[in-house]
Design a protein around this ligand. Structure first.
Ligand code: S3P
Length: 478
């Protein structure tokens, strides 16, 4: 990896035009696992070429699925298509004794649930960042089902019970459970439901707040019998499910679109449209927040007939185009804990918006962000202070006072520049922070630099290319 700094200079112009972002990482990861678990050959279209998704592809291959990348002349070069022939009822047929999940907690946590109801043992490992993520939240319910775990991780010679690497020792005699999740986590929900798909009886998960519900829709598409309670907080699967191959198109990733949509809301004169993005309400909390802060946002939902005409099947996921037009400086916002799961990955970019807004914003109930690829709330408040905003993080709260005025090109606080006039920001090897800081450099008036921007490839390798598209359109060069 290069130790050179990469600098992000202000573009000093509005963002204009339209874009299609890569496919949704969350839906893609689940679709790949389910296709691997199903009987027959599935096709998955428009998967993103992100490191996390490539990791899930490698994992299902190692577990015994047949995977073919169908890549020639793709309609959209940021994506790719896959053909997967699953292991079906026979269960995984691993080629190795370990799987490597890289930076992806989704890959590791869901993978554990996939393995749990079969008589196989598999060491689950990942990169250094994944070694720091908590795993008891998934070990506990899977042990209640009857799976076992062997501690492999060590720190200073001491065994680390809750960290990767650890060995999952599956069990074909697992029992269904009724599990009340202590935290709203879609990864844990998916893991338990995917395990339940291969366990006899009814497995139920109950969440304190609703997290993203892609698993519910995808399991249905693959033929599972799923019951969702009216309050949307409780989901049950009747196992063993007869999972059958199916074809799925992956909508654009709303978490990737969020960077540009927020930038357009912040930069005077901007107007952009992002096409074909997943607009599942369980992921749109940041749109509601941006609207509440005063942005002008329109959503045009694709109707099912249009999709059928184009021969595209998103298997129940709502998809549409989102347009954001700059409508003046944003106002501050107060976000309550129940809203956090619907914007969990967009809190960093919303915090950037809050830093450029008028007044003090408070995000309550954000302690889960301390357990992501970095301690996000601490890293955000640290970086925003360097940019001249007032920000602080407490046990479960992030407070951001809008100190940065993009139009007037000034900040309330001191901007902490190096001798070269550039602000050095740390992403702590967290892809979302890296992209947020880059965007602050590009869209505000203060140049920003960081090392190892390639960490952004975890979710969005083409971020800068796509950003440049909007700049070119704005210049009228396209
Ligand atoms: C994800 C769920 C969220 C999110 C992560 C992806 C998923 O994590 O932060 O980036 O694909 O299910 P939690 O489920 O732990 O909140």
């Amino acid at each position: 990896m290069s130790e050179e700094y990469q600098t992000f200079e202000p573009i000093n112009m509005p963002l204009r035009g339209s874009l299609t972002v890569p496919g949704d990482k969350s839906i893609a990861s689940r679709a790949i696992y389910l296709a691997a678990m199903a009987e027959g050959t599935s096709h998955i279209f428009d998967l993103p070429r992100s490191n996390d998704v490539m990791t899930v592809v490698a994992v299902v291959r190692d577990l015994g699925a047949k995977v073919k990348i169908l890549d020639s002349n793709h309609r959209n070069s940021v994506n790719f298509d896959l053909e997967i022939t699953g292991w079906g009822k026979k269960g995984p047929n691993p080629k190795k004794t370990s799987i490597y999940c890289g930076n992806s907690a989704t890959c590791a946590r869901i993978g554990m649930g996939v393995i749990a109801p079969f008589d196989i043992a598999m060491i689950v490992d990942g990169d250094e960042s994944l070694h720091r993520r908590p795993f008891m939240r998934i070990v506990d319910p899977l042990m209640q089902m009857g799976a076992n775990f062997r501690v492999v991780a060590q720190k200073n010679g001491k065994p680390q019970r809750s960290s990767l690497p650890m060995e999952v020792i599956g069990n074909s005699d697992c029992n269904p459970i009724y599990y009340e999740m202590p935290v709203a986590s879609s990864q844990v929900k998916s893991s338990i439901l995917f395990a339940g798909a291969n366990i006899k009886g009814e497995t139920t998960v109950v969440e304190p707040f609703q997290s993203r519900n892609h698993d519910e829709m995808l399991l249905k598409a693959f033929g599972a019998n799923i019951k969702v309670n009216k309050d949307m907080l409780s989901v049950a699967i009747n196992g063993p499910a007869d999972l059958k191959a199916c074809d799925i198109w992956i909508p654009g990733d709303v978490s990737s679109a969020a960077y540009y949509l927020t930038a357009a809301a912040l930069v005077p004169g901007s107007k952009i449209t992002i096409h074909n993005i997943g607009i599942n309400p369980t992921r749109l909390g940041f749109i509601d927040a941006l609207k509440e802060m005063g942005s002008r946002i329109e959503i045009h939902e694709l109707d099912e007939k249009e999709c059928l005409e184009k021969n595209i099947n998103y298997q129940g996921e709502p998809v549409g185009d989102i347009t954001v037009q700059y409508a003046g400086r944003l106002n501050s916002i107060v976000v309550s804990p129940d809203k956090i799961p619907s914007m969990i990955d967009e809190i960093p970019i919303l915090a950037m918006a809050a830093a450029c807004a008028e007044g003090e914003s408070i995000f309550y109930g954000v302690k889960e962000l301390k357990l992501k690829e970095s301690n996000r709330i601490h890293a955000i408040s640290e970086g925003l202070r360097k940019l001249g905003a007032k920000a602080s993080d407490a046990a479960d709260t992030l407070t951001v006072e809008g100190g940065i005025d993009i139009e007037a090109k000034r900040a309330k606080g001191k901007v902490d520049k190096d001798d070269d006039g550039v602000v050095l920001l740390k992403h702590h090897y967290d892809h979302r922070l890296a992209i947020c800081w880059a965007l602050m450099g590009l869209c505000s008036y203060v140049p920003v630099k960081m090392r190892h921007f390639e960490v952004s490839h975890v979710s969005y390798p083409q971020f800068l290319d796509d950003f440049n598209e909007l700049v070119l359109e704005s210049k009228g060069d396209k």
